[in-house]
Design a protein around this ligand. Structure first.
Ligand code: VAH
Length: 312
């Protein structure tokens, strides 16, 4: 059986729905620190679970005979800058608990999300390579870089089968924007429909690597289903789909809402975004386990507006 920790988050919500459709409702146990929306709560087994409480995680794993864990609980970049120690403790202790359960053979396989946030201001910004200078300047990025090192250590030292992806900014319509720096690209669709204007907290030239959620879910399940020997990188794989700046996503929206207007009031999140790459080289994921992105910016805009317009 599969346990999703952080099932109410942006990725967790979609992963739960996808895995339940694929493997059956009762094969996928959703869990989070608090209850999720009604649709999620009604869609199958749910546990209130604190990812930082080892005994609680162990109890759920044993009671539900869990084999695979997707650890999707984390504090994202912008929020972690406001609460550094809380962000560090959540992002790291939750990972150690799951890695140690696998080391004790209580679970068989782990998925753990990393992020392009592991790269910092000294990293080459265009076509950022899989292996390169990584001096992350955010709490979130430091926790993801450290987490990658521990995943690789537990694989090499204890044979723990942990797999990981460095997600770019993810865009989806099933959850509201969270504490991410890339979440302007989620909020902009809501505001375009509701107000036909958006005040962006990043400046017009801020190009960031981005991906529609369906591509991210496909990549997550693909790497988890790949034969172990094909997963040659056990820190975390670069992954990429597209890169755009606020001007480009605005033009994409204006093809549907011509009167939509954007204005710019950069805040503390500008420095976070400026420390990240503009585009990512994901050739090793393509070679090792057959990754390929499918959804373009204009296709994403169409899907986002179609699914959100009924709300406004
Ligand atoms: C964030 N959405 O903005 C996350 C992600 C690359 C960005 O890690 O913090």
């Amino acid at each position: 059986r599969i346990l999703i920790i952080g099932a109410c988050g942006q990725i967790g919500t979609e992963l739960t729905i996808y895995l339940r459709n694929k493997f059956g409702i009762n094969k996928v146990i959703a869990s989070d620190i608090r209850e999720g929306d009604e649709a999620l709560m009604k869609s199958g087994p749910f546990e209130i679970l604190d990812a930082m409480d080892y005994d609680a995680v162990e109890e759920v794993v044993i009671r539900h005979e869990i084999t695979d864990v997707y650890l999707m609980a984390a504090m994202l970049s912008a929020t972690a800058e406001k609460f550094p120690m809380k962000g560090w403790n959540l992002n790291m202790n939750s990972l150690f608990h799951v890695l140690n359960l696998a080391k004790e053979k209580k679970i068989e396989k782990i998925f753990w999300p990393s992020s392009i946030a592991v790269f910092g201001p000294t990293t080459p910004k265009k076509d950022t390579p899989q292996r390169t200078i990584m001096e992350p300047s955010t709490v979130y990025g430091i926790s993801k870089q450290t987490g990658e090192r521990w995943c690789e250590y537990y694989f090499n030292r204890y044979g723990v089968d942990v797999r990981s992806i460095r997600y770019p900014g993810l865009i989806s319509y099933k959850t509201l924007p969270g504490g991410g720096t890339t979440d302007y690209a989620v909020d902009i669709y809501h505001k375009a429909l509701k107000h036909k204007k958006y005040i962006c907290f990043l400046n017009a030239e801020t190009t960031l690597p981005m991906m529609f959620m369906d591509d991210a879910i496909n990549a997550t399940v693909s790497i988890m289903e790949a034969e172990s020997k094909k997963v040659k990188i056990r820190s975390s794989y670069n992954l990429s789909a597209m890169s755009f700046d606020p001007e480009e996503i605005t033009e994409s929206i204006q093809k549907h809402i011509p009167e939509f207007k954007i204005s710019y009031e950069p805040d503390f999140r500008q420095a976070i975004a400026d420390s990240w790459p503009q585009s990512i080289d994901d050739s090793e994921a393509r070679t090792d386990w057959g990754w390929e992105s499918k959804i373009s910016l204009d296709e994403m805009t169409e899907i986002m507006l179609d699914n959100l317009k009924k709300k406004y």
